[in-house]
Design a protein around this ligand. Structure first.
Ligand SMILES: [Mg+2]
Length: 144
């Protein structure tokens, strides 16, 4: 399958967003697309795990608290399959980070919600091994 290219002719990196909160998932999808990424989304852990396997994203943003399958289990299963996709884990509380990091489950980075978009974007570029974009464009208005 040929890789998709964005308007600049640069091959788009694919990001999988697994988040059950509609508002967060939708905002991330719009913002990431505005930055030129190809975006795949899932609203529960089971769908997220399936899409991680099927879509082979370049990076995953994975919520910890998810219906059907918790984020830590999604992460654990992928690592058991020797899937080394970079995973940025979103957690609701700092205590969750301590708990999850204590389990050494294999996420690359953890962010506590509410998170700073610019900080998340920095980490995305870092784990995709891309140069940070100087300007990511104006803040997007959610599109219908
Ligand atoms: Mg959640």
């Amino acid at each position: 399958m040929p890789e998709k290219q964005n308007k600049g002719g640069i091959v788009s990196k694919k990001i999988l967003v697994v988040e059950d909160e509609d508002s967060i998932r939708n905002v991330l999808e719009v913002r990431l697309k505005n930055c030129g990424f190809e975006v795949v989304t899932a609203a529960d852990g089971e769908d997220g795990l399936n899409k991680a396997r099927a879509e082979k994203p370049d990076l995953m943003i994975l919520d910890l608290g998810l219906p059907k399958l918790p984020g830590e289990e999604v992460c654990r299963q992928l690592r058991n399959e020797e899937n080394n996709v970079p995973i940025i884990m979103l957690t609701a509380k700092t205590e969750d980070v301590d708990r999850v990091v204590g389990k050494v489950l294999g996420a690359n980075y953890y962010m506590t919600k509410p998170f700073e978009w610019t900080e998340l974007l920095k980490k995305i570029y870092k784990y995709l091994d891309m140069e940070e974009q100087a300007e990511s464009g104006p803040a997007p208005s959610p599109e219908a």
